[in-house]
Design a protein. Structure first.
Length: 360
C-alpha cells in the first residue's frame, strides 16, 4: 500500500518538475513515507450513518420549506446534499474541515466540474451545516474554516444606448415591445415577469413575487405603460396573465396547425390576438421569453441578448443617473447592497467622473 501511494504521488508531481527535481522528490518521499504505517481509509457509510444523514437532510428540507424557500431550490438541496455526504463518507455531524477540502479538490480536480458548479455545491452544503449549528446539532460549523472555491470573474456588461434602440427597432409586435419596455423599466427577473397578472398592475406600479416568495413593488415608466396598454388592447381572451401561454404550446404543434389552416406564416407571430389560440389560465414559460429576446437580438445584431441583461442595464443606468444604491437594491429585490455592487456594470469612466465630482 505504501508503494502504491508513493507511485501515485510521483505521478501527480512529475508534470510540474524536471528530471532532477523529480529524483530529489522521490528520495525525500521514500524517507518520509518510511516513518508511517499506511492503510486505505474505508469510505463507505454504515447503514446507521446513512439513516442519520437521511434524517438530517429531511429535517433541513422541511425547515427550509417552512421558511418559504422555492421548490426549485428545495429540489436542488434534496439532490446535492446526500450526494456530497456520500462522497465525504461520514455522518454529517462528524464532517471535518479536511473532509470538506478533500471533497472540493476531488470535485474540481478529479471530477473536473467547473468552479461555478463547485461553488454552488459548496454554498448548498454550507447552508445545511449552518442550519445544523443553529439547531445545536453540531458545536462548530466546519465550513467556517474552509475557503469558498474561487472562480474567474468576468465583467458582465449592460446594453449600450445604441443596442437598446436596435432592440426596440427589432420588435415586430405589440407583445414584443411590451416585453422589452417592461424589462427595461421594472428590472424584473424573467421568472417574475411571466408570473405577472393583469390584476397585479395598478397604474404605474406592479406587485411581483420574487425569490423566497417575497413581494416587492416595481415601476413602469411612460414608455412601458404605453407599450403595455397597446399590447393588452389587442387581446380579447380571458387569460389572467400579462403574457399568456399559447394553447397547445406544451407540445409545440399549435403554430403548425394554424399554418395548415391557412394562416400565413408572417401572421403567426400575432397568435395572441385570437382568443382561440390562447390558453385559458397558463402563462408563458421562461424559455419562451428567453427565445424571443434571443431572436430579437439576432435580428438587431446585438450579441448576448438575454432577459437578465435588461435587469442589469436598467439598474446600472439608474445608478449612473444618481439613484441611491439602497433604492436600486430594493427595486432589484436584493437582500444586501453588497450583491447589488457586484451586480452592476459601472464603467471606469463613470467612476473617474464621480471621483472628480465628489473628491476635492
Amino acid at each position: 500500500m505504501k508503494e502504491k501511494l508513493r507511485n501515485e504521488l510521483i505521478m501527480a508531481a512529475q508534470s510540474s518538475m524536471d528530471d532532477d527535481e523529480l529524483d530529489e522528490f522521490k528520495d525525500k518521499l521514500v524517507m518520509i513515507l518510511n516513518q508511517y504505517d499506511i492503510s486505505v481509509m474505508e469510505t463507505h457509510l454504515a447503514i446507521r450513518d446513512e439513516d442519520v444523514n437521511r434524517d438530517l437532510v429531511f429535517r433541513f428540507i422541511t425547515a427550509k420549506a417552512a421558511s418559504g424557500l422555492s421548490e426549485r431550490t428545495l429540489k436542488y438541496y434534496s439532490k446535492e446534499i446526500p450526494k456530497a455526504l456520500e462522497r465525504m463518507g461520514r455522518t454529517a455531524t462528524e464532517v471535518t474541515p479536511d473532509d470538506i477540502r478533500i471533497w472540493m479538490v476531488t470535485r474540481i480536480r478529479k471530477d473536473q466540474v467547473s468552479t461555478v458548479t463547485a461553488g454552488n455545491e459548496f454554498r448548498c452544503m454550507s447552508s445545511f451545516f449552518q442550519w445544523m449549528q443553529k439547531e445545536d446539532l453540531i458545536y462548530k460549523n466546519p465550513f467556517n474554516k474552509v475557503e469558498h472555491p474561487k472562480k474567474m470573474k468576468s465583467k458582465k456588461k449592460k446594453f449600450t444606448d445604441l443596442e437598446i434602440e436596435r432592440l426596440r427597432g427589432a420588435c415586430r409586435t405589440e407583445r414584443e415591445t411590451a416585453i422589452v419596455e417592461m424589462l427595461l423599466s421594472t428590472w424584473c427577473r424573467i421568472s417574475e415577469l411571466v408570473n405577472i397578472k393583469i390584476t397585479d398592475i395598478e397604474e404605474d406600479r406592479i406587485t411581483v413575487l420574487g425569490k423566497g416568495n417575497k413581494e416587492r413593488t416595481v415601476y413602469l415608466n411612460a414608455k412601458a405603460q404605453y407599450a403595455l396598454q397597446r399590447y393588452i388592447a389587442t387581446r380579447s381572451d380571458i387569460n389572467p396573465y400579462v403574457f399568456p401561454r399559447m394553447k397547445g404550446s406544451d407540445n409545440g404543434n399549435h403554430l403548425k396547425e394554424l399554418n395548415f389552416k391557412g394562416v400565413p406564416i408572417a401572421d403567426l407571430k400575432y397568435w395572441y390576438k385570437d382568443p382561440e389560440n390562447v390558453d385559458k389560465d397558463g402563462h408563458s414559460d421562461k424559455g419562451t421569453i428567453e427565445g424571443i429576446i434571443r431572436e430579437m437580438g439576432n435580428r438587431a445584431g446585438v450579441e448576448k441578448a438575454h432577459p437578465h441583461r435588461f435587469r442589469r442595464t436598467g439598474a446600472t443606468k439608474a445608478l449612473e443617473n444618481g439613484m441611491p444604491i439602497l433604492t436600486v437594491s430594493k427595486i432589484l429585490g436584493h437582500e444586501s447592497v453588497g450583491t447589488t455592487q457586484i451586480y452592476l456594470d459601472v464603467s471606469e469612466d463613470n467612476i473617474e467622473h464621480e471621483h472628480r465630482k465628489f473628491v476635492q
